[in-house]
Design a protein around this ligand. Structure first.
Ligand code: JD8
Length: 262
């Protein structure tokens, strides 16, 4: 996968040399380049912002540097390897929520281009102009306000890169993790069996894989019902069987009427 990131703080992405993302880059699974937006300014002050039309607080990022940056990184003409235009991702508090489902979607792309805004944001015409020739997605991490798009790109890239083939040692774990099946994952434990008076649940030390799987499913259901009832509500009707309902009952959670598969 090819990834390009444009930002006025390219040093924000130094962590992408580390750990599994660093290995994915070294191994060629991820071809990632970080670009300084000021590369596409031409005035002595390398200006990237100006006052907002219509007044109001703060500054807005100028369209010209962004236009030239996207022209350079998403050229219309097909490159020798028949490369198609990238998918443009623009982090914004006004974007669509980033989810694990979107992470899987993005992991299937061949080229992602991230535009990191700062100040009050990027002049809207940059996105409208880009949308005329490539797919553009404004994406939000969540309902809180950041200084800019950089940390959102770090989060999105980590969620996407770990889904790329060969990046995760035991890809099997992808199936068991939170959000993989619409539930939060069960609590995890390791040695010692007793720690400061706290025991590891006996069932996990029983070796009875059937009982262990049932315990983990019950714990995942109870934890999800307690912390994320929206996820329980979003579960497909047929996904809760009698034993699931019994677990939720024991936890004092009433699944929706009709939720129970016969
Ligand atoms: C991009 C500029 C700052 C936002 C005035 C503070 C994402 N979940 C999220 N929260 N905030 C962002 C985000 C914030 C950004 C930019 C993403 C570019 N800002 C602006 C509007 C209010 N300042 C985000 N993803």
């Amino acid at each position: 996968m090819r990834v390009d990131i444009v930002s006025i703080f390219p040093e924000y992405f130094a962590p992408l040399d580390l750990s599994l993302i660093g290995k994915a880059r070294a191994g060629g699974t991820l071809r990632l380049a970080v670009h300084d937006l000021r590369t596409w300014t031409h005035d002595v002050h390398r200006t990237v912002d100006d006052t907002p039309y219509g007044g109001g607080p703060g500054m807005v990022m100028r369209p010209e540097p962004w236009g030239e940056a996207l022209d350079a990184l998403a050229p219309d003409e097909l490159s020798p390897d028949g490369h198609t235009l990238p998918r443009l991702l623009v982090p914004s508090p006004a974007g669509v929520p980033f989810t694990q489902a979107m992470a899987h979607e993005l992991a299937a792309e061949s080229h992602l281009l991230f535009a990191c805004g700062r100040y009050e944001g990027i002049d809207q015409r940059v996105l409208d102009h880009a949308a005329a020739r490539m797919r553009v997605t404004e994406v939000s991490l969540g309902d809180y306000v950041l200084f800019g798009g950089e940390v959102a790109v770090l989060v999105i890239l980590e969620a996407v890169t770990r889904l790329l083939p060969g990046v995760l040692g035991n890809a099997g774990s992808l199936d068991e993790e939170s959000h993989a099946h619409g539930l939060l994952e069960a609590p995890m434990y390791t040695k010692p069996a007793e720690w400061r008076g706290h025991e590891v649940p006996e069932v996990l030390r029983s070796g009875d894989h059937g009982k262990i799987a049932r315990w983990r499913r019950d714990e995942a259901l109870l934890r999800t019902a307690a912390r994320r009832p929206d996820l329980i509500a979003a579960l497909p009707l047929e996904s809760l069987d009698k034993r699931d309902r019994a677990a939720l009952d024991r936890g004092g959670f009433q699944p929706r009427a009709g939720d129970v598969a016969k």
